[in-house]
Design a protein around this ligand. Structure first.
Ligand code: CA
Length: 522
């Protein structure tokens, strides 16, 4: 079923009478073809036909997307799992021609094999040269998004740029205390002790908070300094791959050693006493009050405090430093941007134009389409300078974050399958972020990521049966040990036995079989 509102009819008419582009090599159909779309995302709860990017895509391709989103009025808390709108759509009995959403992967990999979404492999092979070339170049991405039946059911949003989080420290405090940047875990401990004891903020009070984090799992991340792991991906507490074997970080020896030491650091006042409860505002508060010394957080937003606190905190300099060497001398940065998100778009099974639709998906991977998806509309958001898109001064200096402006224009939509261009972000990253990224690039500290698996129905049952209880127990013991309620060394054997009792072995077995099936070709 398609419907058209008066407004969208007018807009469509406008687009049709717009001057024809000088060259129509991107036209998919001769006459405008309407395709319905469900697009739900926290930042844009429905697809807007008047987005400049949609208007430009219409002019270039002759495909007109028509919004039929179900569930766009859900409150954020009702959509906290991010799939409520998809469930409502499914319950409505009608699946639009195109379905775009955050958290789409598990949904289409479950309902695709049951017939609700079209498999894309053959369509891509025959009709989508840009997508075909992309997946040939990045077979691990094809593996990562494929369902248990081997088919791809969605085209993902593919983030660009490798770097996410980094270690940040108060360089001005180091200078005040006559210290160098800590190079290893022992020097780091000595530095945090100096922050605690030597009044680097100069107010005569012992009020400094040496290590803090907005997200408490960033404290657990420090187990990497004792050769442990905290996660295998950009999702906290995730499994990781060690030489082809799926493992869980919270069952490893390095983790045990790390937790033992972090519990000591906590007891000694080197870690924020409120690390588990202070929450998202801790960075803003502890930096602007001149109290926080070190954290592990995102390059761009954390570097931004050097600008925003320039006038408030005298001499403030909070910059990235290289990951300190672990007890065995390894320097790793465990966090990185994942190359592929579970967000993107898929083709509903009742779509009568699958060929045109896959060509439309392919358009967004062409040079022109990728530019449109990343930079918005030419003239309005960017201009071409020496063959490269550059944001206009107006966009860069409007005071509103560039990404927010782009979402409002229909660009950088994670619920659209597209390949991000890191240059879009680089153009508005501050100098401290770029300096930090250069430092991390030089040291090559990033490690490989686990890109996830798609379970068969039977594997899923095993995972669902055991994993929740195992995870709850792991996190409960983890926090207790850090807070000094119990002793990780003394309780370790009992802990491992309890994990086995709760089914960790069974979960790892299905993870391993899914992993081997999924990644054997890449
Ligand atoms: Ca002080």
């Amino acid at each position: 079923m398609r419907y058209m509102t008066l407004a969208s009819a007018l807009l469509a008419a406008t687009a049709m009478t717009a001057p024809a582009s000088a060259d129509d090599h991107l036209k998919i159909v001769d006459e405008p073809l309407e395709l319905t779309i469900q697009m739900n995302h926290a930042r844009y709860p429905r697809y807007k036909e008047d987005w400049p990017v949609e208007q430009e895509a219409r002019a270039l391709t002759n495909i007109h997307l028509v919004d039929t989103t179900v569930g766009s009025n859900l409150r954020t808390d009702e959509n906290s799992g991010k799939t409520e709108a998809l469930n409502l759509m499914l319950a409505s009995g009608e699946i639009p021609d195109i379905v775009g959403s955050s958290r789409l992967k598990d949904f289409v990999n479950q309902y695709g094999p049951e017939g609700a979404f079209l498999p894309l492999n053959d369509l891509i092979e025959e009709h989508a040269p840009h997508l075909k070339a992309f997946f040939e170049e990045r077979p691990e991405i094809k593996s990562a998004i494929s369902a248990a039946d081997g088919n791809m059911y969605y085209i993902p949003y593919l983030p660009d740029g490798k770097y996410g989080r980094a270690y940040f420290i108060r360089y001005d405090w180091l200078e005040t205390l006559g210290l160098e940047v800590p190079e290893n875990v022992d020097e780091l401990k000595a530095t945090l002790e100096a922050f605690r004891d030597q009044d680097p903020n100069g107010n005569g009070q012992k009020d400094e908070v040496p290590f803090f984090a907005r997200q408490w799992p960033e404290l657990i991340r420090l187990v990497t300094l004792w050769d442990g792991r905290s996660s295998g991906s950009d999702t906290y507490h995730d499994f990781y791959v060690d030489e082809g074997q799926l493992k869980h970080p919270y069952a490893g020896e390095g983790y045990r050693e790390g937790i033992k030491n972090l519990a000591e650091w906590y007891a000694e006042g080197l870690i924020d006493a409120e690390i588990f409860t202070r929450g998202n505002s801790s960075r803003e508060y502890l930096l602007s009050e001149n109290l926080g010394g070190m954290t592990h957080d995102w390059f761009a937003s954390t570097s931004g405090y050097n600008t925003s606190l320039q006038d408030k905190v005298n001499g403030f300099l909070f910059k990235a430093f290289a990951p300190p060497a672990s007890i065995s001398g390894k320097r790793i940065e465990e966090h990185r941007r994942i190359p592929i998100k579970p967000d993107g778009w898929a083709i509903g099974y009742t779509n009568e134009h699958p060929v045109e639709t896959i060509k439309y998906f392919d358009f967004w991977f062409s040079e022109e389409g990728r530019r449109l998806a990343n930079f918005g509309a030419e003239g309005q958001h960017y201009t071409m300078v020496d063959g490269e898109p550059k944001f206009t001064e107006e966009v860069l200096t409007s005071g509103e974050p560039v990404n927010s402006q782009l979402w409002a224009a229909g660009a950088q939509l994670q619920a659209r399958g597209y390949y991000q261009d890191y240059d879009y972000e680089k153009q508005w990253s501050n100098e401290y972020a770029l300096e930090g990224i250069a430092l991390y690039d030089q040291g090559d500290y990033l490690i490989d990521q686990f890109l996830g698996v798609a379970f068969t129905v039977d594997e899923q049952k095993v995972y669902d049966k055991y994993w929740g209880s195992i995870r709850d127990y792991m996190l409960e013991r983890q926090q207790a040990w850090i807070l000094g309620n119990g002793d990780v060394e003394a309780e370790w054997d009992e802990y491992i036995a309890e994990l086995e009792q709760r089914g960790l072995g069974e979960v790892l077995t299905v993870m391993q079989s899914a992993y081997e099936r999924q990644y054997s070709d890449s």
